[in-house]
Design a protein around this ligand. Structure first.
Ligand SMILES: [Zn+2]
Length: 228
């Protein structure tokens, strides 16, 4: 049920447009920037005071973040930030991605339309755009979201709902971007995305498969630094 809600929201490209959205963004950024450490408790009253809002929007935002896998709720304890991936979980996750995402890129290439390609180009441009150089944290989490969108759009265009849902269930990007906060950022990833786009533009499914494989493999190598 939660998964269906999530897909609906993704489809509409929006979170509920209530006052909780600004609160959601601020908590999201703190979690992604590790200002709220992995595993740390998130006391609602203190957070509400800190953000200068009432507890209601904080509760709403935390419940959205819980559906996205970024926070957990435990009986009698309340909310805490999701723990960082262990090295084993990280290895398992990347093995899983390497099995599924290159194939999804090949399928997407076969299904590509001018409209779908335009959507991917927009996603990629969103990531590349430095935008007003806001503080490092919010630029970072914007990148995280845009990358998640790019990858999910490829899965959607590929059209295999089992693959798409299996990856969505892992909340891949939310986890890896917390790791990535400690490592080299993004320019390399942008170039790897561009190689994928070239394959899509040229309608070359095998090149798309290879470009996605290489992108994920290199992403794994970049993120491994976080464990050193
Ligand atoms: Zn990517």
């Amino acid at each position: 049920m939660a998964d269906i809600e999530q897909q609906d929201r993704k489809g509409k490209l929006a979170r509920p447009s209530s006052i909780s959205e600004g609160v959601y963004d601020r908590i999201y950024e703190r979690i992604m920037a590790l200002e709220i450490a992995p595993g740390a408790r998130i006391p609602i009253d203190a957070l509400a005071r800190d953000l200068n809002v009432s507890q209601t929007p904080v509760r709403e935002a935390l419940s959205m973040l819980e559906r996205e896998g970024l926070v957990r709720k435990a009986h009698l304890i309340g909310y805490s930030a999701a723990p960082q991936l262990t090295r084993k979980e990280f290895d398992d996750l990347y093995t899983f991605r390497l099995l599924l995402e290159p194939e999804a890129a090949r399928l997407a290439c076969r299904n590509m339309t001018p409209e779908a390609l335009a959507r991917l180009e927009t996603d990629a441009a969103d990531m590349g755009r430095g935008e007003p150089p806001v503080d490092r944290n919010s630029r970072y989490s914007r990148f995280a979201r845009a990358d998640a969108q790019f990858h999910d759009d490829i899965l959607a265009i590929g059209g295999n709902q089992v693959i798409r849902q299996a990856l969505a269930d892992q909340h891949v990007h939310l986890h890896i971007f917390r790791l990535m906060f400690h490592s080299r950022v993004t320019q390399e990833a942008l170039e790897e995305h561009e190689r994928l786009l070239v394959a899509f533009r040229e309608g070359d499914p095998e090149a798309a498969h290879q470009a996605m494989y290489d992108h994920i493999d290199r992403s794994r190598a970049r993120l491994l630094l976080a464990y050193e």
